[in-house]
Design a protein around this ligand. Structure first.
Ligand SMILES: [Zn+2]
Ligand SMILES: [Zn+2]
Length: 117
């Protein structure tokens, strides 16, 4: 198969629109969520609690503490145990990942996928 990169991209984009493609993507998302829940149950619970609190109006998302970017993510600086669920530092994606660089306590790539946090 002599696909160019561009053809491959067009093919993949079309595939994602087919029912099979959609189902495959949904399954991948579910697998990732299940894996996340098994590996880091505290982290998932903490992020859900934060999301629910924001939705319920109990918690307000603030701009990044470093640069003021309004699209911020909650950083659990005291960890993900229940008593610290709402001890959050608001950071944008860039400053949040900078903070986690070289630290594998919190698997950030997985933590933020699809959660918009
Ligand atoms: Zn920032
Ligand atoms: Zn964090």
């Amino acid at each position: 198969m002599a696909y160019t990169k561009k053809q491959r991209r067009v093919y993949n984009a079309a595939y994602r629109l087919t029912p099979t493609g959609r189902a495959a993507r949904a399954h991948a998302a579910i697998r990732a969520a299940v894996r996340q829940r098994l590996l880091y149950p505290d982290q998932v619970a903490a992020h859900h609690a934060v999301n629910n609190a924001i939705r319920g109006g109990y918690l307000i998302r603030l701009p990044c503490e470093v640069c003021g970017e309004p699209k911020s993510e909650g950083h659990h600086f005291l960890g993900h145990v229940k008593e610290h669920w709402f001890d959050i530092q608001w950071l944008c994606k860039k400053h949040h990942s900078e903070l986690h660089k070289g630290e594998n306590k919190c698997d950030l790539a997985n933590a933020t996928t699809g959660m918009g946090m």
